[in-house]
Design a protein around this ligand. Structure first.
Ligand SMILES: Cc1cc2nc3c(=O)[nH]c(=O)nc-3n(C[C@H](O)[C@H](O)[C@H](O)COP(=O)(O)OP(=O)(O)OC[C@H]3O[C@@H](n4cnc5c(N)ncnc54)[C@H](O)[C@@H]3O)c2cc1C
Length: 807
């Protein structure tokens, strides 16, 4: 075995093999994959092998689509049998929400380029004459997917990789992983040690155990999952075409043909069990392991599935497979770096690893080798979880995710498992005022305030919350609103080299005067966007950084890893130490003025500046900046002072009819101002120039990370551009992922949107080729099956001259 490798991958299941293959395909062949048993002997060998296209997440759908595209060619590419069955699949829809989801997904399919048709019961019957379609409203028929032999796929990718020069060592357990002073890793194995520059944990159900070797933990639960195989079905024998894989929310199951037999897999929605209970971890000698079956537990789901297709029921159960699936806490896999470690990556936590293995491998390989992937990886980055994701959290979330496999994803849905984890001191108080919370990075953050106890009926269309959000918007635009945004990530960067350090890491120039505020971006070496921070110069050697709640660990890594040994700076994550109360609206100055001796007029406290002041006797950092486009301040007191501060502001605001508002309202107000969102418009897929953010880049600075690539791009023709548009929506607004059409041709994709309640316009952002980006260009947006007229706007729909902000 080699004693050195650029990259060591721990684990030879479909995820490890998928990464190995794509690293090699990119020309990186000094890679060693180490597997403790045979390849596939973890979860992969016993999988049912289905590879669906229909997943309710745009970037995950790209991963699935890529896998399907590769798998049908893989046998030819590698010479290894994979048994690809291009059966297609049908997801059945039984409710109006299912149909709305299908039309939303149709747009995603148009964009990504996989074939999908929404078909009625008669057509479903033609494709599968044995299925009972009573109560079925429609089916989402995806034509490019199918199923394959999972071991064949895994071995084919491993073989393809070794043909290109990568190495695989089997029957060799990794027993420890140690950091070396050189910054490399020493991978200790049963057959000797390997020094690696980079290590990837692709250990499937063992991923938490491998993570422990480097002192970290992962939010993965290992769940038991069953499928049954029936005896031969005579009706299948006479057919020359295989039935599509059927997926039915009624029975929470998938059902397909396995040669001439039937195969039914069930995602039970209650009584599900963690594999290897009670500890939840496999033992190291667990290899090609199956668990005793528990058919009773599968009822009534299995019964329902059989009932829907009696020819399968009549064939009788011949074999039961009950194996382990790793489930991340929120569903998508964990692809990316481990927080706090350098050159240690994850490629695990995939509950649909067969469908995702190739796609995960491709896009993770790009990220590892080039610093960016061509798809948005934010939703897969393992740093979307922090230390809040303890044992109970991951177990409750994992169970929830498993049980909801065939639930239709609905916008705005709040799922209860594992909550609350992180709350501000205002949590209970706001709840009593009707606050409905949403969760980001463990934080409970106000989403909207129910004025009369109403609940939200989640839907792809406007619902009963629409009017409530309008009222909250008017509160902010016409009077004054308060919002608890304590979940913001916050860092103090101090030291004599702080300015130099931040100027090197950010595309924008740091403020030169104390109190100055800038919006700044971290770029990769290739010039793509990796982070967005608001930076206030508190003193010559002291900067206060704010970032998105979900980016707390990502940006902390960026800062810590970006620091040079020679730089004298201290970087502190102060997220939990300070709260954030936004007070915004034309009356915000009057409310605050009654509580502070500080001067708040524009000459004394200008827009885009910060000061340390005292409000209601509480010392705090006040920043005259906000994301809603109004006169207003963000107040950052000690977290322990949040309640007293809120109470004082609430009392003083009564005279001006102050109101609470939540993140739904923030979205409406920011889209009116054309403020871009990190993770939506600003992602690792695009550059600052693509995102029309030139004013935040200072090309005349001596240096910043990404400068060369940005300068190079600025001299070249663009390939994509961000547009801001108004659309003539009726009862559904843009959410992101919708196709943008020029006549019949799909030319782009939306990134986010919403209804601007004050300007009374449905608005959105999207990326298109430059020839469609000029203001006034007429396009069409695919909104739930309708193609709605849209026009590209030149400037923000609200206050384009920033007069309200400067007031
Ligand atoms: C019954 C069943 C049906 C399923 N059906 C489908 C399906 O139809 N479609 C689908 O997409 N998914 C399906 N899945 C899920 C799928 O099997 C998993 O998502 C996938 O196999 C996970 O792949 P992996 O590479 O992450 O993990 P694994 O396949 O478990 O690979 C991890 C490997 O790491 C090795 N390893 C661990 N620790 C070490 C160490 N210290 N040193 C060296 N090697 C180590 C293990 O031996 C193992 O081989 C099914 C799962 C089950 C249980």
């Amino acid at each position: 075995m080699n004693t050195h490798a650029s990259i060591v991958i721990v684990g030879g299941g479909i995820m490890g093999a998928g990464l190995l293959y794509h690293l090699a395909e990119e020309g990186c062949t000094d890679v060693l994959l180490i597997e403790k048993g045979e390849l596939t002997s973890g979860s992969t060998w016993h999988a049912a092998g289905q590879c669906p296209s229909l997943v309710g997440n745009y970037n995950l759908a790209k991963i699935h689509a890529y896998s399907n595209d590769l798998y049908c060619r893989l046998e030819e590419l590698t010479g290894q049998y994979v048994s690809w069955h291009a059966s297609g699949g049908i997801r059945l829809g039984r409710t109006r929400e299912d149909l709305d989801w299908f039309t939303y997904m149709q747009g995603i399919a148009d964009n990504i380029g996989f074939r999908m048709e929404i078909i009625g019961a008669n057509e479903i019957q033609k494709l599968n004459p044995f299925y009972n379609t009573e109560g079925v409203l429609a089916g989402a028929w995806t034509l490019d997917d199918g199923h394959a032999d999972p071991a064949g796929l895994c071995n084919a990718m491993a073989r393809g990789a070794t043909n290109m020069g990568a190495k695989v060592v089997r029957h060799n357990r990794v027993t420890d992983i140690r950091p070396l002073p050189s910054g490399e890793w020493e991978v200790v194995t049963e057959k000797g040690n390997v020094v690696a520059e980079t290590v990837v944990n692709a250990a499937g159900c063992f991923a938490r155990e491998v993570a422990k070797m480097v002192g970290s933990d992962l939010p993965i639960s290992n769940m038991e999952h069953h499928y049954v195989v029936t005896g031969p079905v005579p009706e299948f024998m006479d057919r020359d075409k295989e039935i599509p894989v059927m997926r039915d929310p009624y029975s929470s199951s998938y059902l397909r043909q396995e040669q001439h037999s039937g195969l039914v897999g069930v995602y039970e929605q209650d009584q599900m069990t963690e594999a290897w209970t009670p500890r939840g971890y496999p033992s190291w000698d667990s290899d090609s392991e199956l668990f005793p079956d528990d058919l009773e537990r599968l009822m009534p789901w299995l019964g329902r599935a059989m009932e829907q297709m009696p020819v399968i029921e009549q064939a009788g159960i011949k074999r039961v497979v009950n194996g382990a699936i790793p489930h991340s806490a929120d569903g998508p896999p964990l692809l990316g770096p481990v927080a706090g470690l350098k050159n240690f990556w994850l490629c695990c936590g995939s509950s649909f690893g067969i469908a995702q293995g190739a796609g995960c491998g491709k896009y993770l390989a790009q990220w590892m080798l080039y610093g960016d992937s061509e798809i948005n990886m934010t939703g897969f980055d393992p740093r979307r979880f922090g230390s809040f994701a303890g044992d109970n959290y991951m177990k409750e979330k994992g169970f929830q995710d498993y049980g909801r496999t065939y639930f239709t994803p609905l916008p705005g849905e709040e799922l209860p498992a594992g909550r609350p984890q992180r709350t501000s001191p205002l949590y209970e108080k706001l709840k009593r005022q009707g606050c409905v919370y949403t969760e980001t990075f463990g934080w409970e953050r106000p989403k909207w305030f129910s004025p009369d106890g109403r609940d939200e009926e989640c839907s792809y269309r406007r619902n009963e919350v629409f009017d409530v959000v309008r009222d909250e918007c008017l509160t902010v635009r016409e009077r004054v609103g308060a919002l608890d945004l304590s979940g913001f990530a916050k860092y103090d960067v101090t030291g004599v080299d702080a300015a130099r350090f931040l100027n090197r890491l950010c595309a924008n120039r740091m403020p030169t005067k104390t109190g100055g505020i800038v919006l700044a971006h971290f770029l990769s070496e290739t010039g793509r966007i990796s982070g967005e921070v608001t930076i206030t110069r508190m003193a010559d050697d002291k900067y206060y950084l704010l970032s998105a709640a979900g980016a707390e660990l990502r940006d902390l890594d960026h800062l810590l890893h970006g620091k040079l040994d020679s730089e004298q700076i201290d970087i502190r994550n102060v997220t939990d130490d300070r709260g954030v109360l936004v007070v915004a609206g034309p009356k915000s100055r009057a409310v605050l003025a009654s509580l502070t001796a500080a001067k708040l007029d524009s000459a004394s406290f200008r827009w885009l500046s910060g000061q340390e002041i005292t409000v209601a006797g509480i010392a705090l950092r006040a920043l005259r900046v906000n994301y809603v486009g109004e006169l207003g301040w963000e107040l950052h007191p000690a977290m322990t002072d949040m309640e007293a501060l809120y109470d004082a502001i609430w009392d003083a605001g009564q005279e001006f009819r102050i109101g609470n508002f939540g993140l739904y309202t923030v979205n409406s107000l920011r889209i009116e101002k054309a403020y871009r969102g990190w993770g939506a418009e600003l992602t690792n897929e695009v550059t600052m120039l693509d995102a029309d953010m030139e004013r935040f880049i200072k090309l005349d600075k001596e240096h910043f990370v990404g400068l060369e690539a940005t300068a190079k791009q600025s001299g070249q023709a663009r390939t994509t551009r961000l547009i801001y548009f108004e659309v003539d929506a009726t009862d559904s607004d843009v959410r992101g992922g919708e196709p943008i059409f020029d006549s019949e041709k799909c030319v782009g994709v939306t990134t986010s949107g919403g209804y601007g309640h004050f300007v009374k316009k449905s608005l959105g952002f999207g990326y298109v080729p430059p020839q469609y980006a000029d203001p006034g260009t007429e396009l069409r947006i695919g909104l739930l099956g309708d193609r709605r007229q849209a026009v590209v706007l030149r400037e923000p729909a609200y206050d384009p001259a920033n007069e309200r902000l400067r007031a």
